[in-house]
Design a protein around this ligand. Sequence first.
Ligand code: LLP
Length: 409
Amino acid sequence: MDQNLIYKNNSLFLDGLSFKEIYEEFGSPCYIYSEKTILNNLRRYQDSLKDRGLICFSVKANSNTNILKLISDQSAGFDVVSGGELAKVLYVGAQPNKIIFSGVGKSNEELVMAMQNEIKSINIESISELNRINLLSKNGKFKPNISLRINPEVSLDTHPYLETGSKENKFGISLDEVEECVKIIKNSSTLNLVGLAFHIGSGIESFEQLVPALDVTKEVYKDLSKFFDLKIIDIGGGLSHKKSLGEDLIELVISQVLKQAPNNAEIVVEPGKSIIAEAGFLLTRVQYIKKRNKNIVVVDAAMNDMMRVALYGAKHEIKNISNNEKTSNASIIVGPICESSDVFDEDSFIKVNEGDILAIFDVGAYGFSMSSNYNSRLKPSEVLVSDGQAKLIRNRESIEMLINNENIF
Ligand code: LLP
């Protein structure tokens, strides 16, 4: 187990604070994040990139404004995919020249907002979007920096929902469309092509998996440099957070990318999971245990709070925060939602009693950010452990919040 995560006298501690105390103060379900882990991972990227690039945290992984501020204060930038995310990072003081905007379906309003704020790059994902931004920039007298997000036509061995770089995916500009894009940009008086981007998916476990996409992009970069003053290669995000792959995956991958990328190119990286997945825990209380061959353990968190298991069959370790013992009787850990997919672990061997508090691990990325109000459940609170203190960074939702946005006629 990680140094910052230890059992002392049968009680699990994070960065010196016991989960039990946090539970007693904030209740459950509740997300808890380790500031220390977020900063360590961020520093890993920054030290590896040195002055050759910029880390743009992928806001979709976790968009709590307190966490975004923490990241912005370390001089990092952001990868946003909606007007809402752009507004949030500007709100916490992010510098526009450290923001990039990706996404296949940007609306007129979102494109205009990005241009008005003169962000570092708007990553264009289709010929239609290119034509649209060309028109909007002329009408609004903007001179936006844009990059072409290339679809490198490579596959990644991950969950099919998490793969984004193969030819059939909706993402990016296919290689046979690049020539048409060049024509449009050459004929435009407003568009400023500054770079190329790709993102092949989530769950990359080695540098080798990135190589085919990097090679394709380098080729296109070389070709387009004949016509444009390109400056940026954006390699997307997607690095796995799994510590079993080795402590230094980030250093390894970035150092190889720097070796192989054109010398004059600034490298932009858009990590989400590898910054914040392992920094987050979801605390949940055992409500009921139904005695069966395989006991059914019903907890108070559900798939609406954390949907990665129900949606991708993801495996998340679960520990009892007051008891590290195992049992030989398997149980299934489920939430209260009226769906059979509301499961956190099909085969758990941890020892639990009713009333115990469990911690679901590695949920800092795409945990809260994908949560919903399904079954009219209140979204959980979020707590940041920082310098030995637990700070409430998002209140638990209230019944008023569920009702107030709706109109009865
Ligand atoms: N850049 C782009 C353009 C992306 O689409 C994504 C993620 C990232 C960066 C960050 O990827 P990361 O480093 O976090 O793997 N909800 C899924 C993950 C979906 C990722 C979507 N795009 C999950 O919980 O596994």
